[in-house]
Write a protein that binds this ligand. Structure first.
Ligand code: URA
Length: 248
């Protein structure tokens, strides 16, 4: 790979910014100052920018705490729509991250953003059964029977290829003593799934926030609208999600 590509990916610069940076003598390869943007790099060299060691990664993995009012897309579907990518800085957007799956506009919480299409595809595949946990409030409160129904599976109007009714897959539900709030873990990702599940048992979601995806917990120290890179352990969970049948 060319040195200017390496620098542009690892330091989040455009290719021309990267070339200027190299020509300005700010880049060293194995302790030797290099001014040639076309120099060939194998990938195992020690490359520094202004003395700081860079690490090259083809993909980026981001945790975003989605606020209400944003849609989970990369471009606005309609004029004036706010999209989650607006919450990321321009240098990251150059790497073309997209949201892994969708949260409704009024749903808040954990969204993973990446440009690793294969891992995202695996994590979202219905066959992967990746666990997603949501904190909810609902009205009227859930009875013990409704909770048990949600856990066993409910009819939300889905049918199989022969037109037979399908129940939602088993879920894990915890509720407070009133039944007005709690957490639900599901392994599917149907459109408005949780809202439709609550409707099926005669309740209504009044707030919904995703707190975990594929075993990756939303960082409680991340304010709404803020993002951070996934840690290496979190990247491992994400990229292995579809492979290991993450389940619950
Ligand atoms: N289920 C819903 O109903 N909405 C979401 O945003 C996510 C899961």
């Amino acid at each position: 790979m060319r040195l200017d590509k390496y620098i542009s990916v690892s330091a989040a610069l455009t290719r021309s910014e990267s070339q200027r940076t190299i020509r300005a003598g700010r880049v060293a390869v194995n302790n030797t100052l290099i001014r040639d943007p076309a120099m060939h790099i194998r990938g195992d060299e020690c490359v520094t920018l202004d003395g700081n060691v860079l690490s090259y990664s083809e993909f980026i993995y981001i945790m975003l705490n989605k606020p209400a009012g944003y849609i989970s897309a990369t471009e606005d579907a309609r004029p004036g729509e706010r999209v989650v990518t607006e919450l990321l800085p321009p240098e990251l957007l150059r790497r073309k991250p997209f949201p892994v799956g969708r949260l409704d506009r009024d749903t808040t919480g954990l969204i993973i953003m990446t440009n690793d299409g294969a891992s995202a595809h695996r994590a979202l595949s219905p066959n992967s059964h990746v666990a997603k946990t949501y904190r909810f409030t609902c009205s009227p409160p859930l009875s013990k029977e409704s909770k048990a129904m949600l856990e066993r599976g409910v009819d939300i109007g889905e049918v199989d290829s022969l037109g037979r009714s399908l129940l939602t897959a088993p879920a894990i539900v915890t509720i407070n003593s009133l039944g007005s709030e709690g957490e639900i873990t599901i392994t599917e990702g149907k459109f408005h799934q949780i809202k439709r599940m609550f409707t099926a048992v005669g309740s209504k979601i009044t707030s919904l926030s995703r707190v975990s995806f594929a075993g990756i917990a939303l960082d409680e120290s991340l304010p709404a609208g803020e993002w951070r890179y996934l840690t290496p352990e979190e990247i491992e969970k994400f990229t292995s999600a579809g492979r290991s049948k993450a389940g619950m």
